[in-house]
Design a protein around this ligand. Structure first.
Ligand SMILES: Cc1cc2nc3c(=O)[nH]c(=O)nc-3n(C[C@H](O)[C@H](O)[C@H](O)COP(=O)(O)OP(=O)(O)OC[C@H]3O[C@@H](n4cnc5c(N)ncnc54)[C@H](O)[C@@H]3O)c2cc1C
Length: 423
């Protein structure tokens, strides 16, 4: 049995950001445990690297704005590029909402330009097909792209420099609750420490465990238990499983999201278009794309995707059904593009598409931070700091994140943080 001041379950970008913020506050006795710190199934490893403060809900705008300030301060380490987000609208009602939300965005310090179709064509020659469908577009020049793996590494290095430990191959198996001073607390957390395998076997084992939620009986494990003063649940899309074991509502479902890497030969690029200089562009069809090294990364979130822990990539079928038709409809440069490869990861989706941050209901020493849908990387700095403030001070500091409290789902729907500008 090991005692620790703070035990963080999950070493993705959120768990790492929390450990980093705890270290910055001088808390040295922090332990982060994860089945797979390499993140083979982790959303932090499988995302698109987009970072924008252009949202429609105040808490989401503010958390991303503050995180973006950190990314800008560490632009070289994080390969942060403020290439902007261009968001195209064909639906009049959504376009009216985009224009209406601009006042809030600007009040919170986020610059958002409103563009008519002619200006879109002039400033962004990539967008050259079916312009007559467009009602307008927003362009937010301060938003951009970063390397999410570098961000996680930066958080982890800072945390380790401040005394934190990161434990790999630790699968959280169970928790014991106890009564202390009349309140329920997390007394012990039990992990299976899985023996090291060679790379291929380890990848298979990690995926098997993270889809079945149990370590196979024939795996070699040691059993390890922790007695934490404070327990933090930061297991991304797996958090609801553990929340349920704490007697709390999970509030979120895992949903597969796929990304494709696309290649365009130089001779097929339309005249005047520089694909490498394109902003992150979100088409009205739901498709999004941005330059990714010599290629283009294109994503589309199928609204009919069923919930589940699924990591299979649909390959050419996904590209041909969802990606290519949408690309070719709006951008002549992609008429003859090629599918290179792709992958799938999990969004953890709540009923209002905003994240969960706050105490675990009914458990005095437990906190949770997870289910940031497609926003976990870009909000991570603010979330890490917010959780550290809750643990150390008992309340939020400069940025009030209480709107993300899981308690909102027990109240009237007006307390939900319904975020509609997600992709
Ligand atoms: C395709 C895709 C594109 C995205 N694009 C963006 C984007 O452009 N910008 C953005 O900000 N966000 C994006 N996101 C969302 C973002 O990636 C997530 O919100 C964020 O990474 C969540 O981080 P996390 O630390 O909460 O979870 P994860 O990174 O999933 O980490 C959870 C960790 O828990 C571990 N784990 C799970 N169960 C157990 C257990 N029982 N015991 C021990 N360890 C366990 C896993 O190994 C994993 O490392 C995207 C996501 C996907 C899938």
């Amino acid at each position: 049995m090991e005692r620790t001041r703070v035990l963080i379950a999950g070493g993705g970008v959120i768990g790492s950001a929390i450990a980093c913020a705890m270290a910055e506050r001088g808390v040295r006795d922090v332990c982060v445990a994860d089945l797979d710190l390499a993140g083979r199934c982790a959303s932090s490893e499988l995302n698109a690297g987009g970072a924008r403060a252009t949202w429609w809900q105040e808490v989401n705008i503010a958390a991303c704005r503050d995180s973006l300030a950190f990314f800008r301060d560490h632009a070289a380490e994080l390969s942060f590029r403020p290439c902007g987000y261009l968001w195209l609208y064909t639906d009049r009602e959504l376009w009216a909402r985009a224009r209406a939300r601009r006042a809030l965005q600007e009040r919170l310090g986020v610059r958002v330009e409103l563009l008519g179709p002619a200006e879109v064509a002039r400033r962004f020659p990539l967008v050259d097909r079916n312009l007559d469908e467009l009602c307008g577009a927003t362009f937010s020049p301060g938003d951009g792209l970063l390397n999410p793996n570098a961000l996680r590494k930066l958080y982890q290095e800072r945390a380790i420099a401040g005394g934190a430990r990161f434990l790999n191959r630790h699968h959280l198996e169970s928790l014991e609750l106890a009564e202390r001073g009349g309140r329920r607390v997390v007394e012990r957390v039990h992990f299976a420490e899985v023996a090291k395998h060679d790379a291929d076997d380890e990848a298979r084992l990690v995926e098997q465990i993270l889809t079945t939620h149990r370590v196979p009986a024939d795996a070699t494990v040691d059993h390890v238990a922790f007695q934490p003063d404070v327990f933090v649940l930061a297991l991304g899309a797996w958090s609801p499983l553990v929340a349920a074991r704490l007697g709390a509502q999970g509030h979120a479902q895992p949903v597969r999201r796929q990304l494709a890497i696309v290649d365009v030969r130089a001779k097929d690029v339309a005249p005047g278009v520089d694909l490498r200089a394109a902003p992150m562009t979100v088409d009205a069809s739901g498709l999004y794309l941005h330059p990714e090294g010599p290629y283009t990364l294109a994503g589309y979130s199928n609204p009919d995707e069923l919930a589940g822990y699924a990591f299979g990539y649909d390959g050419d079928a996904f590209f041909e059904r969802e990606i290519w038709p949408r690309l070719a409809h709006r951008f002549a440069s992609f008429e003859r593009c090629h599918h290179v490869r792709g992958w799938a990861g999990l969004y953890s989706v709540t009923p209002d598409c905003s994240g969960v941050l706050g105490p675990v209901e009914g458990v005095a020493n437990a906190f949770q931070a997870h289910s940031f849908t497609g926003r976990g990387v870009m909000q991570s700095r603010a979330i890490g700091r917010g959780v550290a403030e809750l643990i150390c001070d008992g309340h939020f500091g400069a940025l009030d994140l209480s709107a993300l409290s899981p308690a909102r789902f027990a109240g009237p729907r007006e307390r939900w943080v319904e975020e509609d500008l997600h992709i």
